[in-house]
Design a protein around this ligand. Structure first.
Ligand code: 26Q
Length: 811
């Protein structure tokens, strides 16, 4: 985009006047933000139109990424960056006396996701647009995103995230593209022209209204669409009012309206412990049905036959949450397009593909048959028929293996297994890191792998270097460009060219200086916000991610308490000063996770206020972890904590973000950590702990006793007793749950088992950091290899190996 600062200044003034009748002197920062964003949206509108037009005209293959979550965060900076008018905008605003950074802070994060899975969807959208692929998002426009977290007296308190309260500058409501989604009712078989048809009766209708957001590609004219659906009543508000003759009807109408709107009201804050909530299932069908209806409508406008749908459309399913896509697409083809079963099935399986993000049993979705039958009777009939045909096929392939058939069936024990339905109803199943895919193939989904080996493949996750490096760490990005030129910005694998400078003193010094500056800036923020003084000379040791037992924030905390105990014994102990930084949200109903937050804060308070240890260690818990906070903290990190129990973290993506910003990873051999190690080599990462194989063996043969370790390791004994005794300044029962989890319930995630190895790994960190040249060399090596984990690469692989989609140049 070619726009000079004079044009931007003029347009911005006009916009402010037009929207608020204000000039730049009178307007609040928030108004300035709204006006400026609205201007940016206007700047991209022509390319948005052109992209759509060109996709349609040539019937280019369109990819639709279906996801319950898109954790996109803020868009102002990334849109400017991708449009190529960041510098011009900064200067234009500056000349008007406005600091772009102040406007940025006015934008609420779009927190439409829980964590990794939602952020991955956001990185993928950015990558699809930036490599010039027609790829779009389809999801829900939650009125309330992931809750805002406050820490009060050390406890997590959840506040609703009313992010749309003051409007969303980036969206466009498309009333004319609304569709109707049907719930409940009855289905009657009827014969019509010798064909068995199904008539729906007595159903409830919900209006799905799309809100489109532009997804702007990096310097390439492509503008794709993130379409988020909002649930409304079919009648307008006026009609609702007019139809009520008395108060009773009126209040019924209001109740009805609020029941309908509840469908898109709130993002469920759980990301592993699944509770079978009816509303969640309604949400799933709501956006799946709306999305598929709108895809088919727009596909048919290209004039191509419906039988060729899969040649022009790929629908990708982000975990099982949109799994009703399979029967919904079948329903439309069978009932609305009157296609016969075998052909409908052929189209459906060739259109749909699925990514699995977890191996933990409690996170695998199953829904009760009765619920599905009542909510979507026709959909249930189709699932039943899919299951019937599948089981029939299994009986032929495995005539004497009834237990295998029971295990693989889609419907069993009064429940529908969504993953099974997707594997059968799609053409591709992928895991998100090599280890994860291998575990799926050899364990959880081994029967399916045996039956359909050709469907299984790995696509290791990735992250967008535009947001996580260029935008989050502009000084580092600038310096990389000074060192190796700017080709890496379009081709992140070119970061590897940094490798030859890893030993150059001048490069090392500059890298060190940039990290230090980031750390100082952050220390100043911490001081003014929390009143805590942290030392930018200390090691910033960072663990930021959702709070989960398997991610083992407790292991980190045990190491901190171990160091503290050593310092109490010997205040002159020679350890390199460290600042331990945590941030994490816990699902509101996950009590153990919330107790861990309280424990981190309690330990932090004790340590931070203890003068005797001479500020050698500090513990910080940053509240309300979210994308915009991640962008601030990751560029400051020296150490990246990736310490999940091996085999439990499907991939992790935070690990990649830290690496890209020059942090050194302390890691278990889990998820994508293994691939990071393979890239950078053993010398440039610190690994510890049991392997996945060892973990799975121990789980299988029950050969683990945490109380044995507790009784034999003095360090651990002391820490556990401190937690339980009131030593930390809380009542002795406060952390009972944690004790039970670790000792009475035998420490499901092997925290005590890996403790010794973790302490040794941390001692290595302490030693390495003292040799600053060596450390910075490691850091540069990590940055150099991080291009391998750019989501542009990941998306290219999806495009070639799963979607068969091509790039399209927009003119
Ligand atoms: C499902 C049904 C009902 C309620 C909630 C859910 C639900 C919601 C979110 C289940 C799971 C999630 C999110 C899972 C997730 O974020 N998984 C992470 O995905 C990342 C991207 O692939 C991986 O890097 C992480 O390893 C994985 O934990």
């Amino acid at each position: 985009m070619t726009l000079n600062k004079e044009a931007i200044k003029k347009d911005f003034n006009k916009k402010l006047m037009h929207m608020f009748s204000e000039d730049v002197e009178d307007a609040s920062n928030f108004h300035k933000y709204l006006a400026f964003s609205s201007l940016i949206k206007e700047y991209c509108s022509e390319n948005w139109f052109k992209s759509n037009k060109q996709y349609r005209k040539n019937a280019e293959k369109q990819v639709y990424y279906f996801s319950m979550e898109f954790l996109i965060g803020r868009l102002l900076r990334s849109n400017l960056l991708n449009l190529g008018i960041e510098k011009e905008s900064e200067e234009a605003l500056k000349e008007l006396g406005v600091d772009l950074r102040d406007l940025e802070e006015e934008e609420k994060d779009a927190g439409l996701g829980n964590g990794g899975l939602g952020r991955l969807a956001a990185c993928f959208l950015d990558s699809m647009a930036s490599i010039g692929m027609p790829g779009h998002g389809c999801g829900i426009r939650y009125k309330y995103g992931l809750f805002e977290q406050k820490i009060i007296d050390g406890y997590q308190v959840e506040i609703p995230d009313n992010w749309l309260k003051d409007g969303n500058a980036w969206e466009v409501r498309k009333d004319d593209k609304a569709v109707i989604v049907r719930f409940g009712g009855k289905v009657n078989p009827v014969m019509k022209n010798d064909r068995l048809n199904f008539e729906y009766k007595d159903y409830d209708e919900v209006l799905a209204v799309p809100y489109d957001m532009p997804v702007i590609g990096y310097h390439n004219n492509t503008v794709n669409t993130l379409r988020l659906w909002s649930a409304e009543t079919v009648e307008s508000d006026d009609e609702l009012d007019f139809s009520s003759f008395n108060y009773g009807d009126y209040s019924k109408a209001v109740q009805y309206k609020s029941a309908v709107e509840s469908i898109s009201k709130v993002l469920y804050p759980d990301d592993s412990h699944i509770q079978g909530k009816i509303l969640r299932l309604k949400q799933q069908y709501f956006f799946v049905s709306a999305g598929i209806q709108s895809i088919i409508r727009s596909y048919l406008k290209t004039g191509k036959p419906i039988n060729d749908l899969y040649k022009h459309v790929a629908i990708h399913i982000n975990d099982t949450h949109p799994s009703l896509s399979v029967p919904e697409l079948m329903r439309i083809l069978l009932d609305e397009k009157e296609i016969e079963w075998d052909e409908a099935w052929n189209i459906t399986t060739k259109t749909i593909s699925y990514t699995n993000h977890t191996i933990m049993a409690e996170a695998l979705e199953k829904w009760p048959v009765d619920l599905v039958k009542n909510l979507f009777p026709r959909i249930y009939m189709i699932i039943e028929e899919i299951n019937r045909r599948f089981v029939e096929k299994l009986c032929l392939s495995y005539p004497n293996e009834s237990s295998k058939i029971t295990k693989m069936a889609i419907i069993n024990n009064g429940e529908i297994r969504m993953a099974n339905m997707l594997i059968v109803g799609g053409h591709s199943v992928n895991g998100v890191a090599k280890l994860h895919t291998e575990i799926l193939k050899s364990r959880e989904l081994s029967d399916f792998y045996e039956l359909y080996p050709e469907k299984f493949n790995n696509k290791t996750n990735g992250i967008t270097h535009r947001r996580w490096l260029i935008q989050a760490n502009p000084r580092l990005a600038e310096f990389i460009t000074e060192t190796i030129g700017d080709r890496w910005r379009k081709h992140p694998k070119k970061l590897i060219e940094l490798l030859k400078y890893s030993k150059y003193s001048s490069v090392q010094d500059k890298m060190d200086e940039i990290k230090k500056d980031n750390k100082i800036k952050f220390a100043n923020t911490v001081k003014s916000r929390y009143g805590i003084i942290i030392d930018p000379e200390s090691i910033y040791d960072v663990q930021v991610k959702r709070l989960h037992a398997y991610k083992r924030q407790i292991l980190n905390l045990f190491h901190i308490m171990y160091l503290y105990n050593k310092l109490k014994e010997n205040p002159n102990l020679d350890i390199f000063p460290r600042t331990f930084i945590f941030a994490a949200k816990a699902s509101p109903s996950y009590y153990l996770a919330k107790d861990i937050i309280k424990l981190i804060n309690t330990v932090g308070k004790k340590i931070n206020n203890d003068k005797s240890i001479k500020n050698k260690i500090k513990v910080l818990f940053l509240e309300n972890y979210r994308v915009s906070l991640a962008e601030k903290i990751i560029p400051c990190a020296d150490i990246s904590e990736q310490i999940s129990t091996a085999s439990k973290e499907a991939s992790g993506t935070g690990n990649m973000k830290f690496m890209m910003n020059g942090a050194i990873t302390i890691a278990t051999l889990d998820g994508a950590n293994i691939e990071i190690r393979d890239e950078v080599g053993d010398d440039n990462i610190i690994t510890f702990g049991m392997s996945a194989k060892e973990v799975m063996e121990l789980e299988k043969n029950r050969g683990y006793s945490s109380s044995q370790i507790y009784n034999n390791d003095n360090r651990i004994h002391k820490i556990v007793n401190q937690i339980m005794s009131g030593y930390l300044g809380e009542s002795s029962g406060e952390f009972r749950n944690i004790y039970n989890h670790l000792i009475e319930k035998n420490d499901e995630y092997f925290v005590l088992k890996d403790f010794d190895s973790y302490v040794k790994a941390q001692e290595i960190v302490d030693g390495l950091y003292r040799d600053r040249k060596k450390w910075v060399e490691m850091s540069i090596t990590n940055i150099a290899h991080s291009g391998e984990f750019s989501s542009d690469n990941t998306i290219l692989k999806y495009a070639r190996q799963i979607w068969n989609a091509k790039k399209v140049k927009i003119y």
